[in-house]
Design a protein around this ligand. Sequence first.
Ligand code: SAH
Length: 286
Amino acid sequence: MAYYELKLSTSLETDEFLIDMLTQKGCLGFREEENLLTAYFGGNFDMQGLIQEIGIINELREKAAMNALFTFSYTLLPDQDWNETWKKKFIPLDVGKRFTILPPWERQTPGRINLIIDPGMAFGTGHHETTRSCLVLMEKYDRQVTKDHFLDLGTGSGLLAIAASKMGYSRIIAVDTDPLAASAARMNAALNQAPNVEVREGSITAVSNSFDCITANIISGVLIQLASDIAVHLKRSGVGILSGILADQADEVASAIQKAGLRVKERFQDGKWISLVASRNSSARR
Ligand code: SAH
């Protein structure tokens, strides 16, 4: 598969608006260096459409005399170059106390929970803070949760669902609105011999039961929309891990969670990203 590499030279150290927008458009991964943001998209992505949109954002910023202007360029990386780049970049990565994430061509680490992910297919290689935060929190709340039903909402590569399977959950459902992510998740589940991970294309409306643990690493806007559905599908003793939240949007997401009848148990920060752990209010009834 070929990939688009979009490079944006920004005058801001972190252009959160752009990051948020590109994530929403389906960016598969970012690399952030000083004033240079590199974003990757699948080879079948409508790059022309995106270029027009970001051109308009720049013009509007210029008209408003904002100092957040940027320049950009993109290239299509053919299959082979990409594979070589991947192989150099994706080395085994230890996350939390027990997990090691590794690409299929690396050797597994004995004594750890090895999560094999074929990178380059969908978001979720563990190289993003939000994915790592979810794993750390899954580990942290491990003993408090019954290991029965697990939902990974917005599964991407399937990484969190696979981790749940290896942690001992008996039934895992992973959903994603993006059909490419759903097929990547299926493939990665097979690669990890995790037959109890069931992948469905769609969102939370594709599930009907309730869950002991729900992970949702999406973006603030979507989490706010999904908050009440997440609450409906969380068991009384269940834990929801909501991630993908930029620090300045955390209050908004927290208040949507509370409006949905849940309690925010913990705010976990990694860099500029926040993850919220939600549970039922002890007084709430189902
Ligand atoms: N869970 C993975 C991937 C996160 S990326 C990880 O933690 O690394 C977010 C994923 O959510 C993307 O694959 C995107 O397609 C999916 N997504 C976006 N909006 C969604 C929605 N409303 N319902 C379900 N999935 C959604």
